[in-house]
Every structure is written in C-alpha cells, then in structure tokens.
Ligand binder design. Structure first.
Ligand code: BYC
Length: 476
C-alpha cells in the first residue's frame, strides 16, 4: 500500500496533512459534497450496508479491499497513480521537456476548462442514476450500480483536488459550481449533452456504462498523457476504476441479449415481449441512442480547441507514447469523414485539427469489439440477427452531422424520411414504457428479474445468492 494515509478524514496519498491550506479547503468542501451526495446520490439506500470495493492503495493490490459500507461512509479520497521518475512531455510544442509539477500561468484557463468539463460528468452520472436502485434486477446488480456511483463520486473528488490545489480562488469557485449544476436542469444543466439525458431504466443504465463510460476511458486516457503531471497521475488512477464501469455495462447488455435469445429459442418466437424479455430490435434502438449521444462527447470533427490543447501539451492522443510519429503533427494529415453540403465525404485534413475525430475513431473501434461479443451470444443461439453500430452521422447534435438527418446505414435523408422512420431507429415512448413495465425489483438474494440472465459469477468469489446489499436495516 504505497503511501495511502487511510486514517485521515480525507484518505489520500498526496501527503495532504503537509499542506494545511489545501487540507482546510478540501475539509470545507467535504461536507458540501456529502450534502450533495445525500440529496442527489442513490435514492433510498443511504443507510444500507453495501458490499463495496474500496481503494486502499494505488498499486494493483490496492483494490483488494471488499467489505460492507454504508455509502455516505465510503472512503472518498484523493489517489494519484505513482509518479513516473523523470517523466517527459510526450507531444506538442514542449515535447521532451520535463513534465510540469505546477500549472503554467499561460495555460491556466484552458486546463481549468478541461478539468471542469471532466469533473462535471462525474456527479452528473450519479444524478442520472439516482432512482435506479428502486427497480434493481438483482442484489448483484444493485451493488454494481452503487459501486459505480461511489466511484464516480470519487472521480469528482479527483478533479476537485486539482481545482483546489492548482487553480486558487477560481478553482474553489469551480469546485462549488460542480455541486450546484444538476443533470437535466433547465436553468443549471450539466455541461455536456449526454449528461443531461435521463437514465430511467436498467437497459439505459447498462448502455450508458458501455457507451458513455467508454468515452470516459478515451478522454481520461488522453488527459493521462498531459504535461501537467498531477493531472496525468490523477487520470491514470481513475482509469483503473473506469474499467469496472465498462465491464458492468458490457456484461449487463450481454446478459439481456442472452435472456432474449433464450426466450426466443424456448418459445420458438421472435415475440420476446410476450414472454417478458427485451427483444433484440428494442436493444438495437437503445444501442443507436446511447452510441450516438456518446459520439457527440468527442466534440466536432475539426476542432481548434483540440489542436491547441495538443500543441500546448495539455491533452494527448490515446496511447500517445506508443505512437510512432513526430508527436507534433505539424505536417501530418488524418482521414476525416464529415458532411459537406449534402454529401458524406472522407478527406485528409490536418491531423492537428482532426484530433477529436481520431479519438472518436479509437472509441468506435472499441465499441465495435463489444458489439461483436454481444453478437457472438446471438449466433451461439442460432439466431440470424446482428446488432450494429449505426453510422457515425446518425442522430448527432455536435459537429458537421448535427446539421443534417442521417439514417443508421449512413444515407443523408430528408426531414420527411426522418419523420417517417425515426421510430424504427430510436426508442419510442412506447418502447420506454414497455421497458419500464419490466422494472420491478428483484431484491432477494439469488433472484434475478426475468428479462436478464444471471452473470457467470458473483463478486470477489462470492456466490450469486450472496446478500450484496443488506436491505433488512432500512433508512431512518
Ligand atoms: N455537449 O471544438 P469543439 C466521463 C462544445 S466522460 C455540449 O467541437 P472540443 C464519464 C465545446 O465545449 C468524459 N457541448 O470541441 C462517463 C465547445 O464550446 P465553446 C468527459 C459540447 O472543445 C460516464 C464547442 O462545443 N471528459 O468521464 O475540442 C460517467 C466547440 O467544441 C459538446 C471530457 O470530456 C457536447 N457533447 O472538445 C461518468 C474531457 N461537445 O468553446 C463520467 C474534457 C463540444 O464553443 N473535455 N461541445 O464554448 C474535452 O476534452 C472537450 O471539452 C470535449 C469537447 C472533448 C468535450
């Protein structure tokens, strides 16, 4: 356990005790965070014991701690990955120079904005998911939801630490504002589009963890390359937590697909809804929705913001250090697919301004690998249907495609065609209503709702019928 001070009010591995000013600022923020958590965190389960994994160290073994915790008592803290000795800047104008221990004055504004944008998504997702506990498909899933939620809460801590430690009064104000905005709120919404959408049911939750948390993976991986060493180390540790969220999403959808296929085989019928399952065409519509709003999170295809962040050394590419080029991209080009007039075309553009698109491409390839794994389940059941990622231009709000209507198979279509067809492509209110009828709690140990298959194994080697959330001791 390298250097984690776990007994402190704010567990940390940054020697917080040695920085009185920062300690005081964070201790002032802590009760406000807890107020936010109690108001906007998982509704109705704050007094229950949950079998959670808590970070006690930043190495691989640091995750070995499992135990029952009431969520408000979770040890939210500040964990940075171990420093890399003599770390050098891997890209941009400062390539090869030592990584920065502090924020350079000239980059303050841009860095603050990146950190605030990242930080804002974390509480947003907790807010989006706060009602799901009431309709859990099993105690196993309920516990996973809460694990994801407390870790998103900790990711907020990670960004708030950076704001308090490196951005003075502006940072403190931003840290406050992170607790003030609310997902979906008309007057004070969260910053990015996907984080103002609703997560009303567990199908949406699993899709969100698969698609939207995966944006988190790619954004954090790019920020991990940052010349600002504390940001890099913070993101490096966050990425270890992010992996579990994507696992929850991928497995959740896989288990729904599995159950649907089982029902189709058992009843020799495609009409899975009659038998209490979620049919594959409905799953496809949810894929279309969550994938497209998550694609928007990468920004426009051509972005001077992204180019500047790269040149300044603030945000790199995915796996920057593994890339075999000059890491400056002054001359390089990159193939970008976008809408020009009425046509979708792919052209080589300056690689620097195409960085958002490049990251989106990495993300798309990763999503496809997951979809392929879902399709293997379908195939194993002898069913002739494939889930597909829609075209990158489908149902987009940000970037060139935001200005047009694109079909899932990548045709530029008229408003009239969109109006006639979008109900086949995106979840309709009736679909959502049907999914909502399935959302009845299965909260006895070992029980699973009828629309989702049990997972292959329990948590930390425990059986599936373990009481992962103890519901007997209720709130109040
Ligand atoms: N919604 O040059 P452009 C996660 C704005 S998820 C609303 O195209 P840029 C997590 C943009 O701000 C990861 N606005 O884009 C997952 C700009 O505004 P201004 C979160 C948007 O700046 C699950 C304008 O449009 N982390 O961790 O290159 C659960 C033109 O911008 C959107 C990050 O995002 C949008 N979708 O890139 C929990 C990393 N897209 O300047 C957590 C930090 C763009 O005109 N953020 N705009 O006022 C960034 O790196 C960049 O801000 C973005 C945008 C990639 C988001």
């Amino acid at each position: 356990m390298p250097g984690v001070d776990y007994l402190e009010r704010i567990p940390n591995n940054i020697n917080l005790r040695g920085d009185r000013r920062l300690l005081r600022a964070l201790e002032e923020w802590q009760p406000r965070f807890l107020d936010w958590w109690n108001e906007m965190g998982p509704e109705g389960f704050q007094a229950n014991d949950v079998y959670l994994r808590t970070a006690i160290g930043v190495d691989r073994d640091g995750w070995a701690q499992f135990g029952y915790v009431k969520m408000p008592d979770y040890r939210w803290g500040i964990f940075l990955a171990e420093p890399e000795p003599d770390r050098r800047i891997a890209f941009g104008d400062h390539l090869g120079k030592p990584a920065w221990p502090e924020v350079p004055g000239e980059y303050r504004g841009v860095l603050r904005r990146l950190i605030v944008t990242q930080g804002d998504t974390e509480p947003a997702s907790v807010e989006q998911q706060r009602h799901l506990g009431r309709t859990c498909p099993s105690l196993y899933d309920l516990r996973n939801l809460f694990q994801v939620n407390v870790e998103e809460g900790r990711h907020l801590w990670a960004m708030v630490y950076l704001l308090h430690a490196y951005f003075g009064r502006d940072g403190r104000e931003e840290a406050e504002a992170l607790l003030q905005r609310r997902s979906g709120d008309h007057d004070k919404p969260r910053i990015l589009g996907a984080f103002n959408e609703q997560t009303p049911d567990w199908l949406s939750f699993f899709m969100f963890c698969f698609f939207t948390d995966r944006d988190g993976k790619y954004q954090l991986a790019s920020l991990q390359e940052s010349a600002l060493d504390p940001l890099s180390r913070t993101c490096r540790f966050m990425l270890t937590e992010e992996a579990h969220h994507m696992f929850v999403g991928e497995m959740g959808v896989a288990r729904i697909v599995q159950k649907s296929c089982e029902l189709m085989r058992q009843h020799r019928s495609d009409d899975v809804r009659r038998h209490g399952g979620i049919d594959l065409p409905t799953i496809q519509k949810y894929v279309n929705f969550h994938y497209s709003v998550s694609l928007d999170l990468f920004g426009s295809e051509v972005s001077t913001n992204a180019a500047n962040a790269f040149t300044m050394g603030l945000k790199g590419r995915f796996e920057e250090t593994k890339k075999d080029d000059d890491h400056r991209l002054a001359e390089a080009t990159y193939a970008v697919t976008s809408l020009e007039g009425e046509r979708i075309i792919t052209r080589d553009l300056p690689a620097l301004t195409a960085l958002n698109e490049r990251l989106r491409d990495d993300y798309i390839a990763d999503c496809q690998r997951g979809v392929d794994r879902w399709n293997r389940i379908v195939k194993e059941h002898g069913i002739e249907l494939e889930l597909r990622l829609p075209h990158r231009g489908f149902h987009r709000a940000i970037g060139s495609f935001g200005e047009a209507k694109i079909s899932p198979d990548g045709r530029v279509i008229t408003e009239a065609e969109w109006d006639a067809k979008h109900r086949e492509w995106l979840p309709t209110p009736e679909d959502a209503q049907y999914v909502a009828t399935l959302m009845r709690p299965a909260a006895e140990p070992g029980r699973f709702a009828g629309w989702i298959a049990p997972p292959a194994r329990g948590i930390n080697g425990l059986p599936l019928d373990h009481e992962y959330v103890q519901l007997t001791r209720k709130e109040g």
